[in-house]
Write a new protein. Structure first.
Length: 500
């Protein structure tokens, strides 16, 4: 997938995107029963007659889940409905034991909000307002594991179902169509999910771990030629990383443009995103209106939060991420562009945690936005996925300050830590990474280098101090990069009787 192909799409078409984000709440029990929501239990051990949909079982609404949803709605600038109710969404799928899902349909709890997101452009940061259509409550489904193939249903010889996840409180945040983004559509999508994730984390309502499925995103994309009405949309399901949200939008824009240029029409359908290839594949058609036969859930009373309850919950809202960023930006003295870069790289929390561990702001930014960003890009992962911890950085910085490590050696230490070779101390021991600081050893290496390059000493003595680089380089090579270059230079000049 080339940048030229994407540029050609933008020259001819206008994209419209929409995002449906599913967030599992971090409650201790499920939405309608008392089963544990702990992640990673043995299959089908966190279940009961209610979440298995057995005859005669009666659901009861989790109050904490309702409170969390109201707080989410308030943080997203939504109106909180004075009266909402649950509905049964009827359809058959093996991971849904009741053959219907308890959800909210035409009467959601939160409506008409917005979330402002910032995207870096060549002309500086741009703010886009993403309008929120609704935030509603529902229950999650179970989890299917497909065997005998590549882990997907296509080509599988069998499937196993685990109902531990069935019934976990699930909140869906649905945006209104997002138009006018042009070439920034993939970036806006990623920035929105990033901002939403940070907001949920600040609220403490979910751990929003995309790798565990507690935050999943359905990405809607359509294209239309400039000046024409919106085109037919596709829905790429369950995209589970920030990088993949961006890639899914970009991939689908290019794919749809190629079909439209060839005279083909876009089919309204769900699609699956392949993390390895970055491509999408067809799922199921949605061209015919789906009749889920919604009707009010007869076993649950409506949710009618009072103004007093809403006001009380409003007082519990923390400092929202945008306000926090403005505060940190002022404290750190960095530009709008630099702050947007930190956010888009997923480095803000990591940098703040590193500073709190005792590392300077400058050093924290240097490592996370420099060396670690490079490694993350090479691996195709997010910064948070790297195994390095703030305390590792503090330990390495202390060793640099004491002269036991150079920046070059420190990079090698972090490479080992990230590669899983052990702790900072273990990597240093295993790789033999320590500055050669013994004057006798360094002077011996300098004398050896001078003996091999006798003309360099005369050049230095005649005033060509830049010639010292050849000797310093030779000593660094001899010590396998474990000497302090500044100290070598000082000893060289002292040996030659020269002052800088």
């Amino acid at each position: 997938m080339t940048s030229t192909a994407f540029d050609n799409v933008i020259a001819e078409f206008e994209p419209v995107i929409g995002l449906e984000t599913h967030i599992e709440l971090g409650t201790q029990t499920k939405m309608f029963c008392g089963c544990s929501t702990e992640f990673g239990g043995d299959p089908n051990t966190h279940v009961c007659p209610v979440c298995l949909g057995l005859p005669g079982s009666m659901p009861a609404v989790n109050r904490t889940a309702v409170e969390s949803t109201i707080r989410m709605g308030l943080a997203l600038n939504c109106s909180i409905a004075p009266w909402s109710r649950f509905a049964r969404k009827n359809y058959f799928y093996p991971d849904m034991p009741k053959n219907y899902q308890i959800s909210q349909y035409d009467e959601p709890l939160c409506i008409n909000g917005f979330l402002d997101v910032t995207v870096i452009t060549e002309d500086g940061p741009r703010v886009f307002r993403v309008e929120i259509e609704r935030v509603h409550m529902e229950e999650d489904t179970g989890k299917l594991t497909h065997g005998g193939g590549a882990g997907r249903i296509h080509g599988a010889t069998h499937s196993l179902v685990d109902y531990n996840r069935a019934g976990i409180p699930l909140i869906e945040v649905v945006t209104k169509p997002i138009a006018g983004t042009g070439s920034l559509a993939p970036d806006v999508a990623k920035a929105y999910v990033t901002e939403l994730r940070e907001l949920m984390r600040a609220l403490g309502v979910s751990d929003v771990r995309m790798e565990e499925g507690s935050l999943r995103c359905d990405v809607n994309v359509s294209l239309a030629r400039t000046g024409e009405s919106w085109g037919t949309r596709t829905e790429t399901k369950n995209v589970n990383s920030l990088r993949s949200v961006e890639r899914a939008v970009r991939t689908e824009m290019i794919r749809q443009a190629e079909r439209l240029r060839d005279g083909n029409r876009i089919v309204q359908e769900t699609r699956h995103f392949n993390e390895e290839t970055g491509n999408t594949t067809s799922g199921r058609s949605k061209e015919q209106a789906e009749d889920y036969r919604y009707f009010p859930e007869p076993d649950l009373i409506p949710v009618a939060p009072s103004e007093e309850w809403i006001s009380e919950l409003r007082t519990t809202l923390p400092e929202i991420p945008s306000v926090r960023r403005a505060r940190l930006q002022q404290v750190w003295g960095i530009s709008d562009f630099d702050m947007a870069s930190l956010v888009n790289a997923g480095a803000l929390d990591l940098i703040e945690q590193t500073i709190h561990s005792g590392v300077s702001e400058q050093a924290a930014r240097k490592w996370w936005m420099g060396e670690f960003s490079r490694i993350a890009n090479e691996r195709g992962c997010d910064l948070v996925d790297l195994t390095v911890q703030p305390l590792d950085i503090r330990q390495v910085e202390s060793l640099i300050a004491s002269g036991d490590l150079t920046d070059k050696l420190a990079r090698s230490v972090f490479e080992g830590v990230i590669a899983g070779e052990g702790s900072v101390a273990e990597v240093i021991s295993r790789r033999g990474l320590k500055v050669v600081s013994d004057d006798t050893s360094l002077i011996a290496a300098i004398e050896q280098a001078l003996a091999e390059q006798p003309d360099v000493a005369e050049k230095i003595k005649s005033g060509k101090l830049q010639a010292a680089g050849a000797i310093v380089g030779a000593v660094m090579k001899a010590t396998q990069g474990q000497a302090d270059a500044a100290k070598v230079r000082g000893l060289l000049f002292e040996l030659l009787g020269i002052s800088e």
